[in-house]
Structure formats: C-alpha cells, structure tokens
Design a protein around this ligand. Structure first.
Ligand code: MRU
Length: 355
C-alpha cells in the first residue's frame, strides 16, 4: 500500500464535464472509498455527514462544489447564471456553520464568477474552476509553510498530544497540526504522538491514527478522558491542535474537547499551540462569543458503531465544537509565522497584507 497522503478532494477534468471526487472519510480506516459527486445535493450531504471534513478540506470541497453546481447552467444567460451562482453558493456556505474556511472559499469562488458579469456562462464556468484551483494551490502552500514554522518550535523526542484530525485528510495539503508533526518527522525530530480518540465521531482514533501510522510515526490512541493522566505523568511536552474559526482576539473554535485540553495544558504548564491558515481567521468577530457552534444530531452520542449505548430517546448535548479562550493559547502557528502572545494586535499585525 502507498504511504503517500490521501487526497481528500480532487477535481478531475475540465470545467464543463469534469467531476468532483471525494474520499469518504466515514469509511476510514477500514476502506478507502472514492466517491464521485453527481450533484450539489450529493455534495451538501457529503459535507453534512462528514464524508469530507476538516475546515480547509470542506473549504476546498465547497470551492469545487460551486463549479459542480454551475455545470448545469453552462448555457444560461449571464443574468440567470449569476442568480444560480448566488443560490448555489448560499446553499454550500450554510451546510456547516462553524468552519470559517467553507464560507471563505465558497464566497471567494462566487465573487470571482460574479466579476465575469459580461462573459458567457461557459467562460464564467472556466473562471470558477480556475479560482477553485487557486484555492487548492494556496491551501497546499499555506499548509507547507505553517508546517515548517511549527516544526521549528519542536525539540527532538517530544511527546505531542493532538485532538480530532488536522492532517492531509482535513486539509487537502500537508495538514495543520499534523502537518507540523509530519514535518518534524521528516526533519528527524522523532515526534511521538498521542491522539485523543475524539468522541463522538472518532476522528482521532480513525483518521489521525491512520494517517500517522501510514507515515511511520509512532502514535498511541487514548480516550479523551485520559488526557489529564497523560499530562500528569509527564508523557507529553506539547499540545498541537487545528482550528475551525479564530476570532480577532485569538479565541479559537475547534473540535469539542479542545477547550478542556487547553485548561489541562495550562494546569500542567504544557505549551498549547493552535495551527491554522489565515483562511481560518474571522477578523470581523471581536471574540469567540460570536462564533456559531454547530449542534449535531444526538444519535451520534446515543450510538457507538450503530449500537445504542444510552436508554432510548435520552436527552443529549452534542455541540461539535468549543471555543478555547485566547488566554490559554501559547501561540497560533499560521503560514505567515508564529503569533505569540495571542492577542488582537499580534494577530492583525501578522495577517496584514504585505505592503
Ligand atoms: O467535525 P470535523 O471533523 O470537520 O472537525 C474538524 C476539526 O475540528 C479540525 O480540528 C479542524 O477542522 C482543523 S483541520 C486542519
């Protein structure tokens, strides 16, 4: 079996007849199943059910999803094309509310298409695909760059705790938190990884363990509730996580359970780093209170591997994400560099367009 990272999202072919292909992440690690998206509705279902997941990867799927949705409008008048484009972008951007990257990528491709108001629908479709490809290329280069910035912080033989999955499957590039670890491994720093299983959907146990194992990096899976003991025993020197949305002051939304890890890391004097590209920042939100948190179906908690594990119909609290206050974050590693201390001025300075 190849040990190359799997490509979670890819576009095959030209704008008019090409196809959007996804790896079905719900089938991993048992099966590597590639799905061809045949409609906007199929793609929205795939994003909602986490067949494709991880903030940058759903951004990428959304960017190509705009092209997919507009293939049916290649013969429209420019006015009808623009109306259908707005409609498709609105649908896609709303499927998962927390990850900034989804709306960011979809709106970017939409805006590019709307700029071509006088072009034929076919020309606009080509322009949409070109912009989606730009999103993919920039995304890959941001991943490589933040991986290098992060790896430069690590020492040899560290134990690193991570949560959820922030690797190639979640980004379409080298990864964010796992990108740093893959880079450190390539540099010969011998990182040892502890992966929280990440209840209820087990992204850590299923996906992070799968990706690291394929890359030949030692990985140990633990129940989320074992993290405190891991830290108390001195088994980890650092926590690295990804992010779904970062407010202007650095408050960070990531997979549910991340906030608890940050509190534990502070108690145990362990550095806690967030790794995320600039497309994850939402500078219009002053702080984390404004971040929309997706609440998911309670059956994700009521069942394990299809078997009910609670009394029938029991009430469930199932937020998919939580918000870690900036004060608990040692640094945010993005493609522009390492932001520390984490505060509005350091964030705005780092993300300001180069003059
Ligand atoms: O619900 P998911 O699996 O999409 O959640 C993913 C995460 O929380 C990741 O940590 C985050 O998107 C960063 S991925 C680079």
């Amino acid at each position: 079996m190849s040990t190359l990272p799997l490509q979670p999202v890819r576009w095959e072919g030209d704008a008019s007849h090409g196809s959007l292909m996804l790896i079905d992440q719900t089938a991993l690690p048992a099966t590597v199943l590639t799905l061809r998206m045949d409609s906007l509705a199929a793609l929205c279902e795939a994003i909602a059910t986490l067949r494709v997941r991880g903030a940058p990867a759903i951004g990428l799927a959304g960017a190509y999803g705009v092209v997919l949705a507009m293939q049916a409008h290649a013969m429209d008048t420019p006015e009808c094309f623009a109306t259908a484009l707005r409609d498709a972008a609105n649908q896609l951007a709303a499927v998962r509310p927390t990850a900034r990257n989804l709306a960011w990528a979809v709106r970017r491709v939409e805006a590019h298409g709307l700029q071509c108001a006088t072009a034929s629908a076919l020309e606009s479709l080509n322009a949409l695909l070109a912009e989606a490809r730009n999103v993919e290329n920039e995304n890959a280069s941001m991943c490589s760059s933040m991986s290098r910035h992060g790896a430069a912080l690590l020492r040899a033989d560290e134990g690193i705790l991570t949560h959820c999955n922030a690797g190639p499957l979640a980004t379409g590039g080298q990864g964010s938190a796992l990108g740093v670890i893959l880079e450190a491994h390539a540099w010969g720093l011998r990182p040892r990884v502890y992966a929280d299983e990440t209840r209820p959907l087990l992204q850590g146990a299923r996906l992070t363990a799968f990706e690291l194992d394929r890359a030949g990096i030692p990985v140990t899976v633990l129940c989320d509730s074992a993290a405190a003991t891991l830290m108390a025993r001195g088994m980890v020197q650092r926590v690295l996580v990804g992010a779904d949305r970062i407010a202007a002051n650095g408050d960070t939304a990531n997979k549910i359970g991340t906030y608890a890890l940050a509190v534990l890391a502070r108690t145990h004097h362990i550095p806690f780093h967030v790794v995320a590209p600039s497309s994850t920042f939402d500078l219009e939100l002053a702080d984390g209170c404004g971040i929309p948190i997706e609440e998911r179906n309670g059956d994700e908690v009521r069942t394990i591997a299809g078997q009910r594990c609670t009394p029938e119909g029991i009430a469930v609290f199932n937020p998919a994400f939580d918000v870690t206050p900036a004060v608990l974050i040692t640094s945010i590693i993005c493609e522009r560099g390492v932001i520390t201390p984490v505060a509005e001025d350091t964030i705005r300075r780092t993300l300001a367009p180069a003059s």
